[in-house]
Design a protein around this ligand. Structure first.
Ligand code: ADP
Ligand code: MG
Length: 230
């Protein structure tokens, strides 16, 4: 009997989630559809207009992608792998990955990553944590003058990863709301990035700490227990 109850609960969570995914994804897709339709009608209109439509289509498609990625990672929270993970190589990978993203707005990314930082956990979830945090940092900094620093080192049985940016910073109220589902101050944000991030860190026995002032940049430190499977 008990088994049945748990199963039903899980099913209803799953269907609720599926319903909201469908709902959220519908909006950007509707916009895309509308613009593609317009493009078809105005094929001989001036080039610039078509270019604008094209950019909108692409950015809405990206947004749909973001929403699906964030929702699906919420849904997959329960399956956490336990494997040896080199945070050193993972962070270099994330750095590399995000540089192409940062190039859109000319951000200087500086790294100082210790060798041999090992923990036990789920590599792809952990990768997502640092993609989310680095993405937020890059999105917060001003174009051309943006600076982001990634530092990773071991200290007291923990690996500490500290990301510092010279971006817009946050008020005490905003800091309080971090991780709350759907909390976003961005026009195209999902407000799910940190919800997912906090949950993954918690599942790894880690902690996350923010220091920030409005207009004064942000630094965020993730601590994860050092470890290795035999
Ligand atoms: P999203 O990025 O989709 O808005 P997140 O959960 O990743 O959702 O972040 C929630 C909000 O937290 C952001 O909209 C932003 O206002 C704030 N935030 C997160 N990181 C930073 C940062 N490094 N600097 C300034 N604000 C931040
Ligand atoms: Mg984000």
């Amino acid at each position: 009997m008990r088994y049945q109850i748990i199963r039903n609960e899980k099913l209803s969570i799953l269907s609720e989630l599926a319903a909201s995914v469908a709902h959220e994804v519908r909006n950007p897709l509707t916009v895309v559809r509308g613009f593609i339709q317009l493009m078809g009608q105005e094929i001989r209109d001036n080039e610039q207009k078509n270019k604008d439509y094209h950019e909108l289509v692409l950015s809405e498609l990206d947004r749909a992608q973001d929403i699906i990625t964030d929702y699906l990672s919420l849904a997959k929270q329960h399956y956490i792998e336990k494997e040896n993970v080199s945070l050193t190589s993972l962070l270099y990978e994330v750095d590399q990955l995000m540089r192409s993203y940062a190039n859109y707005k000319t951000v200087a990314i500086e790294t100082s990553i210790e060798d041999g930082l090992m923990i036990v956990g789920d590599r792809s979830r952990l990768k997502q944590v640092f993609i989310n945090l680095l993405k937020n940092a890059i999105e917060a900094v001003p174009d051309l003058e943006g600076q982001v620093e990634i530092r990773a080192y071991s200290s007291h049985e923990f690996v500490r990863i500290k990301l510092t940016d010279n971006g817009c910073g946050m008020s005490a109220d905003q800091l309080q709301r971090l991780g709350e589902p759907y909390f976003t101050l961005k026009e195209k944000g999902t407000g799910l990035g940190l919800t997912v991030t906090f949950s993954i860190i918690q599942h790894h026995g880690g902690t996350i700490r923010y220091q920030s002032t409005l207009g004064g940049g942000t630094s965020v430190t993730v601590s994860l227990p050092i470890g290795a499977l035999k």
